[in-house]
Design a protein. Sequence first.
Length: 256
Amino acid sequence: MSEANQPKIFQMIITRQGRPDSPSYQQTFNVSYKPNMNVISALMAIRRHPVTAEGKQTSAPQWEMNCLEEVCGACSMVINGRPRQACTALIDKLKKPIRLEPMKTFPIVRDLIVDRSRMFNALKRVKAWIPIDGTYDLGPGPRMAESKRQWAYELSKCMTCGCCLEACPNVSSKSDFIGPAPLSQVRLFNAHPTGAMNKAERLKTIMGEGGIEGCGNSQNCVQVCPKEIPLTMSIAALNRDTVLQSFKNFFGSDYL
């Protein structure tokens, strides 16, 4: 919709919840349209004047944000039924009225704020980092082949926004599946020359409970990933790696 056809006032319907244990409810707000607005700027306009469309004074909706450049992943929410970043969701390109909801995969903190600890704890489980011995200068590290570096860079774009976990039908409060993002990070750090030292340990982790077997290959994750990370390709590669690792565990690595 062009700016000329945009309404001077548009509505935002926000799902709200005061506390984790309180019931959710919806409130509708009228927002004055301005060119180049995104969802964050619309929420900030509501925060400055928290009055519902019915004219009732209310508390300002709560949400998270940080970089406003689709880098930190903090402003993830469900916008018109799709998990995405609020900072890059432009009002001009959204169907009206705009509906904002918190992600349901994660526990609610308040309004649009959720607790993403589940995802961060999964990253700890798979040791999604490069181990080093001490803080002193270790000199230059081993070089990575350019062909490997190119696809590894694509995996490194993950900003732990949680959109892929929200879209995945296998991730829920009743499931212990760690989700696409932590699995993709396993592939990333296993590909690193130094990170490969812990490759077997990471693979053993995802071969266990809540690991790679929880993926149902719905491919919802790649459809919503803001960075277009090839998550399903990583999971396919890890399936091969875990099969090989299971043979190594059974026969011993000396035979393979």
